[in-house]
Design a protein. Sequence first.
Length: 303
Amino acid sequence: MEVNVIHVKSGKELAVIAGLSPKSTIKDVKNGFRNINPKYYPDRQAFKSDQRGKMLKDEESLESLGVTNGGRLYFKDLGPQVSWTTVFLTEYAGPLGIYLIFYYRPALIYGAAAASQPMAQVVKLAAGCWSFHYAKRLLETVFVHRFSHATMPIMNIFRNSVYYWGFAAFVAYFINHPLYTPPAYGDKQVFGGLAAFIFAELGNFSCHVLFRNLRPAGSKVRKIPKADMNPFTWLFKFVSCPNYTYESLAWISFTVMTQCLPAGLFCLAGSWQMLQWAQGKHRNYRKEFKDYPSRKAMIPFLL
């Protein structure tokens, strides 16, 4: 059995892959195309059954897609790829290191006199919270997360790093500045925000562990995420992506604790982006699982 590979945009025939059968999968097609064009390793390839259709999954068979001998599949080049783990480690290591430079070496940023200026307690707590958050993310990337896709476009590493690293410098500059003013309501505001931040971080971690346990190692299995015995996971009863809910709460709490406008802008930008991701995942859950429970995407009872 042969399949013709057509460029998704130009309509030009790129290759004819032979030696296939109706039971062959898209993964087999990718391996065959790589043998003809070594530049396009499997993670860089995407195939569609029609030019305007969705990208096909590796495990889908030609038979299930209605592709017969001499049939067509449309190829899209996803561009050079890099592993998700590499992207995440780069994204999160940067903000951790950048923030700590502002905290531990103020003289490098604000001048020699800054090193002798007294540091408010909230500044120390903020550095601890920021460091804890990104250290947690780094450890989760290595030991907790299981990714459904091995890679992402290499340009994402630059785009995402600009966002995370840039905001880290922006927030750190103002909180660690010698002229920084502690919150108006004093310890009540600081420790109230700190308590909420710790609560949110524990909730976020609990959700990540639950997601990990849904997918056996080395598989792409997808299941409906449901609350377990951990009280932090009970938020799954109300939203599809409580990990984003907790993440947003963490940065709201950090903003309250520090009373810092740049922290608030970082929180606003991140929360908006997480809401978009949550709504997309929520739609996919509802399409994939016919018995999906009634929930919102990220904000209980609202969105």
